[in-house]
Design a protein around this ligand. Structure first.
Ligand code: ATP
Ligand code: MG
Length: 171
């Protein structure tokens, strides 16, 4: 099964992000990420077998992830897959540290190696037709985050759908 670790926005923030996705879609086209699927990926694990998934679920449920506040104040894009996102003007240090510590543990558990470069972001559009952030409204949102989710991704005709397999404990 296809798994990844992510932070999921609380409902009010999710709605705000959904509004931004709608605005962005009007200008840039492509495929809008549905509100229910908006997230920040911290570690993409790819294909994992049943035993590996069980191990990950137990690990995640016991993890204590520090709470933090992420300021979302910038639009950005990754040109190759045509991704339009929101994130910080500079990568948030606490999130970068969290991503590194998660990969440190994942590597020790044999889940491969993490990416060498990590830019925390929330994807709003995929395969955008027009990849430019000029003219999009200014953003200044705060995401108070704590619990980490282990998500399973199912590929469907009109994009992926995610299911929560485990969540970290509260601190
Ligand atoms: P789709 O691939 O159908 O467009 P999706 O990208 O949302 O949908 P997945 O490909 O299963 O679904 O990806 C789940 C999450 O992991 C997404 O946040 C995605 O950006 C991220 N991801 C996917 N592949 C990689 C990868 N090779 N490296 C880093 N992150 C990845
Ligand atoms: Mg994908």
């Amino acid at each position: 099964m296809r798994l990844f670790l992510a932070l999921v926005p609380p409902p009010a923030l999710r709605r705000r992000l959904g509004e931004l996705a709608e605005r962005a879609w009007t200008r840039c086209g492509g495929r809008r990420v549905p509100d229910d699927s908006l997230h920040l990926t911290l570690a993409f694990l790819g294909e994992v077998d049943e035993a590996g998934a069980d191990e990950l679920m137990t690990w995640v449920e016991e993890l204590e992830v520090p709470e933090g506040e992420w300021r979302l104040d910038a639009w950005g894009c990754f040109s190759r897959p045509g991704i339009l996102w929101v994130g910080g003007r500079t990568p948030d240090r606490a999130l970068v540290a969290l991503q590194a510590s998660l990969w440190h543990e994942l590597e020790a558990r044999g889940f491969g190696r993490g990416p060498s470069h990590f830019v925390p972001h929330v994807t709003l559009l995929r395969r955008a037709r027009r990849l430019e952030t000029q003219g999009l409204p200014p953003i200044d949102l705060t995401w108070r985050h704590g619990r980490l989710a282990l998500l399973r991704s199912f590929t469907e005709n009109d994009g992926a759908r995610y299911e929560t397999l485990a969540r970290s404990s509260t601190t």
